[in-house]
Design a protein around this ligand. Structure first.
Ligand SMILES: C[S@@+](CC[C@H](N)C(=O)[O-])C[C@H]1O[C@@H](n2cnc3c(N)ncnc32)[C@H](O)[C@@H]1O
Length: 246
């Protein structure tokens, strides 16, 4: 099996567990971050990392919408949609939403969560979009699913699909060492999967290595985030809103 087939198999297994996790996160949600925005934004930029508690489940995507401004007939693309909650957010904000995911089972769930979105099951490398289509392109925990050369290649393609005024959001966990390979996925929080080893290809990034990937691929960081999951795993994630370097 190549790394794409390994990851497709892993996420087909994980789809119903992600769906349940999202249901629980929705039930526990305690409101948006819009209150914080005036403090965070200075001329559309932010200096230093903004720290978010992960119980505000992935709310950093809110800022992507603010940075993209208020385009007419806005469009967004989510790569690695999983169960589709990022598209749901943008659809609610009036965006025309498109998503791609390797796992057809994830796409089935995403179709329920965000029914107005156009969803393509399959490998993103088998897709093309017309040039300068999207105001926002999100890749949350997606680049880490690829070998570094493929992550670079994807960022190159993304540049062509993005409008000149558009922005991207990329994120991954913060790891101590940079390494790529096939690892067993930790299934913390999914008790029914405890005894099951789910193999997955992954590239682990340190802060420096992920920032280097972004900047050396021709993007500049507008807003960096550190997202801390204090509740379960103590893991820390890094996220960046970026635009193409002028
Ligand atoms: C870790 S999950 C992240 C999902 C979601 N973006 C989030 O942050 O919760 C990664 C998702 O990317 C999908 N994926 C991995 N490689 C892909 C590829 N080459 N093309 C499309 N989707 C891919 C997987 O199937 C999985 O649903």
């Amino acid at each position: 099996m190549n790394y794409i087939e390994i990851n497709k198999k892993a996420y087909d297994i994980l789809a119903p567990f992600y769906e349940e996790q999202q249901r629980q996160a929705d039930a526990a949600d305690h409101g948006g971050l819009f209150k914080l925005v005036p403090k965070l934004l200075k001329n559309g930029r932010m200096l230093g990392f903004h720290e978010i508690d992960a119980s505000n489940y992935r709310k950093e995507i809110l800022f992507t919408d603010l940075i993209a401004g208020q385009p007419k007939n806005p469009k967004m693309l989510d790569i690695g949609v999983a169960i589709g909650y990022v598209m749901r957010y943008f659809a609610d904000m009036g965006y025309k939403t498109t998503g791609v995911d390797l796992s057809s089972r994830m796409c089935e769930v995403a179709g329920k969560i965000s029914p107005e979105s156009e969803i393509f099951p399959g490998n993103i490398f088998d897709r093309d979009f017309p040039a300068e289509q999207f105001d926002v392109i999100t890749m949350m925990s997606l680049l880490c699913q690829l070998p570094i050369e493929d992550a670079r290649e994807l960022l190159e393609r993304v540049k062509t699909w993005l409008k000149p005024t558009g922005c991207i959001y990329v994120s991954t966990s913060v790891e101590k060492n940079k390494k790529s390979g096939i690892f067993s996925k930790k299934t913390l929080g999914f008790s029914k999967l405890k005894d099951q080893k789910i193999q997955r290809f992954r590239t682990n990034y340190t802060l420096e290595a992920f920032i280097d990937l972004i900047e050396s691929s021709g993007f500049e960081i507008l807003m960096p985030f550190l997202i801390k999951d204090k509740s379960k795993t103590n893991r820390v994630f890094q996220g960046y809103i970026c635009r193409v370097k002028s």
